[in-house]
Design a protein around this ligand. Structure first.
Ligand SMILES: Cc1cc2nc3c(=O)[nH]c(=O)nc-3n(C[C@H](O)[C@H](O)[C@H](O)COP(=O)(O)OP(=O)(O)OC[C@H]3O[C@@H](n4cnc5c(N)ncnc54)[C@H](O)[C@@H]3O)c2cc1C
Length: 384
């Protein structure tokens, strides 16, 4: 891999950075404190291509390469963890299954609206009250083919964007006999009769990214809302999650970068024992470790994205990028608070929010434990 970003990628970063600095970052505190999604900025993201990062231009997207997509999510993460999570989920979880597995008619029907910024967004519902890491055995939501419709019954948990989504791509069991070929992905428009979206979950962080439980009671959608073939849902989900993990890694790099910038500025200004605290070696070491780990995580993320854009296998690398970047973000945001002393514990300083936002990243889209399982499995298979 060439570790230089291209001229085009640098210009893209600069454009997204300027947008985020103007429209997203200044609202991050308010978005967090009021637990309110930033629709105002999101509406402006459509024309910039941020709502269709992996969607081809003919369906309203920007169709950027995977590194540029990661850069966009990284910059959003730098600006606001909540907004970044919702936009990452919209692109990487909601739109991606349709881009990857939808037919022409499905792409034309579902994508242009949600990539425009004029309508609502997209979401993916995998998790259930009894199924998160273990979807294969745990998913109980059922879809039964009745004439030319699927009839869906069940409950989903922790669906990012459910209340601000036009549709939710939903993992359902289409074959009651079970097994890895019994799951399918079906697009369920949120306005369909029988879809009930619960109140927003009250969370520790990413409060401006709405998360909901959903209930489906005899929800009827056309048979053509099935993505690909019945029974391909688990495979499709795993492919989608590979891409989503690059996004969560990128978001974590952005969060850590923002926290380090705050810590650096504070360390230059705050004085103890007659000197700025930046002159104390203990503080310098935390800053040096942060800068080094952020850079390492960034390259892991870009490398996984590069493999993806080359059409090469990237499952292991996506897991490595997510594992390292998310755990790195926890360390860096934690130390950013430490550098701020007591002020770091106040909601008036952004590092308090960064720390809470970062805490999710080792859990969503596959926990750190699951990433280690995936990496180990690949290592053992490669050497076996
Ligand atoms: C804010 C937020 C947003 C979310 N957004 C979405 C979304 O948009 N769509 C969606 O479908 N889901 C979403 N989720 C759900 C998220 O993906 C799951 O919480 C996550 O996958 C873990 O599943 P679980 O919570 O059921 O934990 P469990 O699977 O019950 O795991 C509990 C613990 O056991 C560990 N564990 C499980 N199995 C193993 C194993 N084999 N070996 C070692 N340790 C193991 C886990 O790592 C974890 O530490 C979201 C969650 C949150 C908090």
């Amino acid at each position: 891999m060439n570790f230089e970003l291209t001229e085009e990628q640098r210009m893209w970063r600069s454009a997204v950075h300027d947008f985020v600095a103007k429209e997203v970052k200044p609202k991050a505190h308010e978005v967090d404190q009021n637990a309110q999604f930033n629709w105002e900025a999101t509406r402006k993201m459509g024309p910039l291509g941020l709502l269709g990062l992996n969607v081809e231009e003919e369906y309203g997207g920007a169709g950027v390469d995977a590194i540029s997509a990661a850069i966009a999510i990284e910059e959003l993460g730098w600006g606001c963890g909540s907004t970044a999570l919702s936009i990452a989920a919209h692109n990487g979880l909601g739109c991606a299954p349709i881009t990857l597995f939808g037919n022409e008619a499905q792409k034309r029907r579902f994508l242009p609206g949600v990539t425009s910024g004029k309508e609502k967004l997209a979401a993916l519902a995998l998790t259930e009250p009894g199924a998160g890491s273990d979807l294969k055995k745990g998913v109980l939501t059922k879809a039964i083919l009745d004439g030319d419709s699927w009839v869906i019954n069940g409950t989903k948990m922790w669906c990012t964007n459910a209340s601000i989504a036009e549709f939710v791509v939903t993992l359902v069991r289409t074959d009651p006999d079970g097994g890895s070929k019994s799951l399918s992905l079906i697009v369920i428009p949120t306005q369909t009769e029988g879809v009930r979206i619960g109140p927003p979950e009250k969370k520790m962080g990413v409060k401006g990214s709405p998360t909901h439980a959903m209930n489906f009671e005899n929800v009827r959608v056309p048979a053509e809302n099935l993505l690909g073939q019945a029974g391909e849902g688990l495979y499709q989900t795993l492919v989608v999650l590979d891409g989503g993990r690059v996004g969560i890694g990128a978001l974590s790099v952005g969060l850590a970068q923002a926290a380090m910038e705050e810590a650096l500025q504070y360390a230059r200004e705050r004085e103890t024992f007659g000197v700025p605290i930046a002159q104390h070696q203990a503080i310098q070491w935390m800053l040096a470790d942060a800068a080094t780990e952020i850079q390492a995580a960034r390259w892991l993320v870009y490398h996984a994205a590069w493999l993806k854009s080359q059409g090469l296998p990237f499952t292991k690398e996506a897991s490595m990028a997510k594992l390292f970047a998310t755990e790195m973000a926890e360390r860096v945001t934690r130390n950013a608070i430490q550098i701020h002393g007591g002020y770091g514990y106040s909601v008036e300083f952004p590092v308090e929010r960064h720390y809470r936002d970062a805490r999710l990243m080792t859990i969503g889209e596959g926990t750190s434990e699951i990433q280690r399982l995936i990496i180990a499995r690949h290592l053992i298979e490669q050497t076996g």
